[in-house]
Design a protein around this ligand. Structure first.
Ligand SMILES: [Zn+2]
Length: 128
């Protein structure tokens, strides 16, 4: 998956103003009309069109987050808080147990929490 933040030489923490000034600087160097390597310029425009829009940026951030989780953990599955009123059994026959504190955290706004299996290295993602 293409990283639009890298394309704009910025990071997910960058403000829209920062992104904008990077975009302006980069597009001067790589504008598709001027540059022989026009795909670079098009990529910059594409990145800016997504990241300038708050709604699109949010969706994109969520996609990246999902992507990173799946790359860095072995995810067994994705469940909601109510599906975890009983502990889930892992494929190793260990268990995923949602404690009250974590349950409250999720319900009060944490978007997504990872819970580790009691026996193996798999995790589950828990959402509201
Ligand atoms: Zn397990």
């Amino acid at each position: 998956m293409r990283n639009y933040y890298e394309v704009l030489e910025s990071s997910p923490d960058s403000s829209t103003d920062d992104l904008k000034s990077n975009y302006k600087r980069l597009i001067l160097l790589h504008h598709p009309d001027k540059s022989s390597n026009s795909s670079k310029g098009n990529e910059i425009i594409e990145a800016w069109n997504i990241l300038r829009d708050e709604g699109k940026r949010k969706l994109y951030d969520a996609e990246i987050f999902q992507d990173q989780i799946q790359q860095s953990y072995n995810v067994f599955g994705k469940f909601t808080v109510s599906e975890l009123s009983q502990p889930k059994t892992c494929r190793c026959s260990g268990e995923y147990f949602l404690d009250d504190e974590t349950r409250t955290e999720i319900l009060e706004g944490e978007e997504e929490v990872l819970i580790e299996c009691s026996e193996c290295s798999l995790v589950i993602q828990v959402t509201r």
